[in-house]
Ligand binder design. Sequence first.
Ligand code: NAD
Length: 501
Amino acid sequence: MTAIQVPTIKLLIDGQFIESKTDQWREVINPATQEVLARVPFATTEEINAAVASAKTAFKTWRKTPIGTRARIFLKYQQLIRENMSELAALLTAEQGKTLADAEGDVFRGLEVVEHAASIGNLQLGELANNVANGVDTYTLLQPIGVCAGITPFNFPAMIPLWMFPMAIVTGNTFVLKPSEQDPMVTMRLVELALEAGIPAGVLNVIHGGPDAVNGICDHPDIKAVSFVGSTYVGTHVYNRSSLAGKRVQCMMGAKNHGIVMPDANKEQTLNAITGAAFGAAGQRCMALPVVVLVGEAQSWLPDLIEKAKTLKVNAGCQEGTDVGPVISKQALARITDLIDSGIKEGATCDLDGRNPQVPGFEQGNFIGPTIFSNVSTDMRIYKEEIFGPVLCVMQADNIEQAIELINDNPNGNGTAIFTRSGATARRFQEDIDVGQVGINVPIPVPVPIFSFTGSRASKLGDLGPYGKQVVQFYTQTKTVTARWFDENEEVGALNTTISL
Ligand code: NAD
């Protein structure tokens, strides 16, 4: 009886929000209260095929739509997102758990990509070389490639879908989005606003589901490119399966980011930065700092770091003053708790234990407070696995060389940061570290959209990153034209049968 009152999440096919005919549904649950907010369908194969077919048909006209027309839709879209910011953030906090401030940040970082999409007139430009031979010019066209697809994770349900479909669509492609089944509501609200901004029927489609929907995307012969953000395990699968089906693929994957603290760093700023980056958003950021390496005399800063972490307030994301909200699900809570248990069993020192915090009024929430381990070694599970919770491993190094070696030996290469007052040390770090995003006194160095997000080693597969200049290459096919035009009065020379011009 209650199920009837719970709203259902719709599919978007050919410009229509439709109810799925599937018999497989999943509940979208508020992680602070366990309230069931909605039910999300696992789309059927017919529905997935219908979404792709609609995108394929729409591509025929959308690919020829003038660049200014495309850009103006995204100008309107950024305005609509701004106007609806509070509503979007509240929806995001309800289904994902992060604080309202973090939720606004999530929407805002996506909005920046939409603004970037609106400037496509300066981005999708070919090259021209005049007179490559007598009377001959060569130039390139950056043409859209067709139906593209995006598969997104739960932790940034606004920003990451906005990394994908605006840039794909503004470059002239059509799109099929598969949002995270754990928190699809804010993504769907953003999709509604995209249609309101003027994206035509069929240009943007949305299907929901889990592994079957993802595999359907990887295998579909009419999908030309796949953009994935999520765990390394799933991303590797998506990369292999989609590549085998002949698609372009970019996969942004898991992380274990280290921050290096040099003894010459500004202590107060550094400890604040680390506390925010390790425990903010309950550690559920791919650019969080779950490992800190204290170098030399900075090792004596551990007690101050613990004291700072103790001041963070664990509460529901919708409550004022909250620093650490709940984690996404009971399963995530059980996994993080198990990893903390393993750290204790394997001999690390648990300096701050965040298990089972009391959160009055939200007793059912998936809460875990800031947790700090020291005496961590590289063979422990808490070091080897991505915890994706508010758990910080504190490690030690005698010097910058040791710290760099530790980071480069870790399989992941998503993000890293160094805290120092020495330009020479920072420069050495940026030069020698094998990691995609590098922060210098910046704990979470997510690039703004005039640059591209990237990643190294196990954190990324595919050579071009999402958004920025690289994604224009990803979503377009370069066509190189060599042209010779004859003047009416020009004497026609001998037939040229050689390869030289
Ligand atoms: P996930 O890999 O579990 O899910 C991502 C997507 O894959 C979802 O849409 C999900 O439905 C689908 N999926 C899940 N299991 C699947 C399977 N067995 N087969 C096929 N598809 C499957 O990731 P998540 O838990 O939603 O997100 C957290 C992960 O994402 C973390 O590892 C985090 O580091 C990573 N992440 C990376 C970046 C980045 O830019 N590098 C950004 C955000 C998150």
